[in-house]
Each structure stands twice: as C-alpha cells, then as structure tokens.
Design a protein around this ligand. Structure first.
Ligand code: PLP
Length: 383
C-alpha cells in the first residue's frame, strides 16, 4: 500500500513479512490434519505441538494449559461461557472491557439468569483493587478485568485484583483479557493469579484468525465437534497458524523496546508542535506511586477545540491511519472514554499506536500532519 503511515496497530497489524513467508511455507509443508495418524498428519502435529510449547513458554504457563482459538473474541467467550457452569451466578466486569466481555456477560444475564455488576474505573482508566473489592462477594462466580486497555493503554494490577477475588469470592473465576498486553508487557500468567488469560496473534504482527486461551481451570466447550484441544475447542487445528502466532509473539517481545521508542518520539514531537494536546489515561513518564503503567505502544490524546470526526478524516485524507478508539466501536463515542467522564465536546480524541515496522521518519511526518490538520480545523471551527 503506497504512501500511508499506519499508526493503528492496536486495531490490527500488518503481518511481519518473515512470519508471512514462514506461514506460506508451512501451509504447504505442514498442511496435514494434526489429528491424522499418517506422515502428513504427524508432520503437522509436530509443528502444532512445538508452537503450543513456545506460546506456553512466552505466557509463563504449561503447554497443556494453552487452548488455540480463532482469536481473542473466541478465547474470551470460551473463558466466560466455558467456566460459567449450569446454575446462575454473579458476574462482575470493568466498565472499560472490550465489547466481547460486555456481550458475554449480557448473554449470561439474558439467557442464563445471571446478575451482573459493572466495575467503574478511576480517572486514569484503571480498575483499582478497591473498586473490585466493593463490587464482589461470596456469590460472585466470574470476574473479568483486562490486563491493558485497548484504547488508552492503561495497565491494571491484576495480581492485586486476584488476591481480592480469592479472598472475597473463592468460587469466582478471574478472566483476564491480555489481547493488547501480550508481547508488549512483561507478564507471566502464574504471577498474575488469573484463571483464564486471552491472547491473539493479529495485535503483534501475526495473522488474523488465531488466538489462544491460557487456562488452569476446567473449561466446558461452548459447542461440540471433534473434541480437539483436549475436548475444550473443537475444529480442525491449523499448525501453520499456530506456528505463525508463536513466531510473531517471540519477535514482538524482542523488539518491543523499539516500538516504545517510536511512541515516545511521537509524544515528544506532538508536545512541541501541538502543545494543546492532552494525554488521556496513565502518564508516560513515571508519575508518583499511585499512577498505573501504560502500554509502551499507546499514545491517546485529546485535542481541545477540534472536532473528532473531521480530524480523523483529514488525517486519513493525507494517508495517516489512526483511530479515535476501538475499531469495534462502530463510530459511536467510546464507552471507555465515557467511563472516564469524557464527552465528544472535549475535542478530538486520537489513539496513536505505532508498530515494529514504524520508522522515525514516519513518526516525524505523522506529527507534522496531525499538528497542521489540527491547526487548520481549529481555525475553521473557531471562525
Ligand atoms: N480484547 C481486546 C482488548 C481487543 O483489543 C480485541 C481486539 O480488538 C479483542 C479482545 C478481540 O480480539 P480478536 O480481534 O482477536 O477477536
């Protein structure tokens, strides 16, 4: 694609060319059904097995705890519906969860008679352990809190939240959406203290169509079939996709510091060229003991006095791909920003997320495009 600058890696990423090449090769060499006993099946099984072990290592878990899925959405559904059991209970989840968490909680309420509670966030967008403590009790059976937010990048202290869940709701399963955090934040599933952790490949330069659920608890499959993935998720397994996920994740982890350097460069350039811009969410520089961390690839800004839609369109017209929030938000004002008490009248909100292949020159050009477009629109709307 000629002449675009892509700063929307939190929505999805271009596949790493090396991963794309390796994936294409394995579509030919490891095409077999990993469940088949013949040589083609055995070859695919070896690739699939190895990918599961690599992914488990990166997550800090055991291979048998990893269930391959089609992506993060399916992993979350499997975690929430697959641990819910047959009797109604209480589910608590944060106000800033991805729509897949909201939707599965709504399903438990509407179809299975559950009660639900939404946990509010602090001004940084953080789900504090205290806020969780106030909203769960001995009847709570499911708690869902994301590791890092997809719009503003705020990181939650899952280990502290897990301790509260164990103490106050011993029957509850803690489901953690780590779709944005995996590959960008150093964590190990065991030290998080969660029961289920969802991840996906396409947020870290792997292909769309493969994700995983790490789980240390029993999971009921949400639909029937051939009983693959130890009976937890039926459907023919893809050795090439599993390989591509593990490979992309390893590469992302090794190169994440470069992505953060690009994000920091962008923030420095924008502070200089667009001083009115205000950071949304957690600070970028260390800021006191209470401030939460922020994902190293995330910059989220409010530009006062400038309308959001027209700014995004003006940037797109110049080939700069950014977003106002979640790609799943369908243009409505962000639920995450609403949870922070923000409104569309605040100005233009921009989520800027560089990736492994973003260059310094692209960042420099992007900062100029944003500053110039904001200045032009501010003049027009002030007139
Ligand atoms: N959770 C979060 C935080 C996300 O950002 C996304 C993707 O946008 C998902 C879940 C869904 O993942 P997938 O697109 O792999 O289904």
């Amino acid at each position: 694609m000629a002449d675009i600058i892509y700063l929307d890696h939190a929505a999805t990423c271009p596949v790493d060319p090396e991963v794309a090449r390796g994936l294409a090769a394995r579509q030919v060499t490891a095409f077999g059904n990993p469940a088949s006993p013949h040589p083609a099946g055995r070859a695919a099984r070896a690739v699939h097995h190895d990918a599961r072990a690599r992914l488990a290592r990166l997550l800090g878990g055991r291979a048998e705890e990893v269930v391959f899925t089609s992506g993060g959405t399916e992993a979350i559904a499997l975690a929430m519906l697959g641990t819910a059991g047959t009797s109604p209970g209480h589910v608590a989840y944060s106000a800033v969860e991805h729509s897949c968490v909201h939707a599965n909680a709504a399903r438990l309420v509407e179809r299975h008679g559950w009660r639900s509670t939404v946990i509010p966030v602090d001004p940084w967008g953080q789900v504090t352990p205290a806020a969780v403590a106030e909203r769960i009790d001995a009847k709570t059976r499911l708690v869902a809190v994301m590791l890092a937010n997809n719009e503003i990048g705020t990181v939650n202290d899952i280990a502290a939240i897990a301790r509260i869940v164990r103490r106050q709701s011993p029957r509850a399963r803690l489901v953690v959406d780590a779709v944005q955090a995996f590959g960008k934040l150093d964590f190990a599933v065991r030290t998080l203290g969660a029961d289920c952790v969802a991840v996906t490949a396409h947020k870290l330069h792997g292909p769309v169509g493969v994700g995983a659920l790490w789980t240390r608890v029993a999971i009921e499959p949400v639909y029937g079939g051939g009983g693959q993935e130890s009976g937890r998720r039926s459907g023919t397994q893809s050795a090439p996709l599993a390989w591509a996920f593990a490979e992309a994740a390893e590469r992302q982890i090794v190169e994440m510091h470069q992505v953060t350097a690009r994000r920091d460069q962008l923030w420095r350039a924008l502070r200089e060229r667009l001083p009115a811009a205000r950071l949304t969410g957690a600070p970028i520089e260390a800021d006191g003991p209470d401030a939460p961390a922020r994902l190293g690839n995330n910059l989220h800004l409010c530009v006062p006095g400038v309308p959001g839609g027209p700014l995004i369109n003006a940037l797109a017209a110049q080939g700069l791909c950014v977003s106002a929030g979640s790609a799943c938000g369908k243009g409505a004002f962000s639920k995450v920003l609403r949870a922070l008490g923000r409104t569309a009248d605040d100005g233009a909100y921009l989520r800027l997320t560089p990736g492994r292949f973003t260059t310094e020159a692209e960042i420099d050009r992007a900062a100029s495009i944003i500053a110039e477009a904001a200045a032009t629109l501010r003049a027009v709307y002030a007139a």
